[in-house]
Design a protein. Structure first.
Length: 160
């Protein structure tokens, strides 16, 4: 899977007893310990999810002030209905082995790809989001650079 891929995950755990189909944007992966000689550190997938509950993001509504990116089906990224990528919190961070198991069983399917311009917009929202820890922002920055999306501001520690 490549940075910017849009994918669905069928039977994604939604609540204690319920599963549903969810849409995600793949932003790469990272190791808990970036030491290249540490092969015991787990690899984790970074993939924020979307919601079709767009009414909560309209001006004056409860989520209007949080960082988000809106998508519509006619943009050509694979989405089948209007949705919001909510970037207030770090999104899906899942162990690579569980992700790959669901990819191989075809519960996860690639549906499209986000444009470089839209990935820059997503990164800008993450860069300014208080819901993403610095380490995760840096990994996303690195993943986008490796994917050819350069000249992005590098995340720094916030001044206190």
């Amino acid at each position: 899977m490549d940075v910017g891929d849009v994918f669905t995950w069928d039977q994604y755990p939604y609540s204690n007893e319920e599963t549903k189909r969810r849409w995600f944007v793949y932003l790469g992966e990272y190791k808990d310990n970036p030491d290249p000689f540490d092969d015991t550190s787990s690899i984790t997938i970074i993939a924020p999810t979307t919601t079709t509950q767009t009414q909560y993001y309209e001006p004056g509504e409860m989520r209007a002030g949080i960082p988000f990116v809106r998508f519509s089906p006619n943009e050509g990224f694979g989405f089948t209905e209007e949705c919001i990528l909510d970037l207030a919190h770090r999104g899906l961070v899942i162990p690579q082995d569980i992700f790959l198991e669901n990819l191989e069983s075809q519960k996860i399917q690639i549906k499209g790809k986000i444009s470089d311009q839209k990935l820059r917009e997503i990164y800008d929202k993450i860069y300014h989001s208080r819901g993403y820890p610095l380490m995760l922002k840096r990994r996303i920055h690195e993943n986008l650079n490796k994917a050819g999306i350069s000249n992005l501001p590098k995340p720094k520690r916030e001044k206190r």
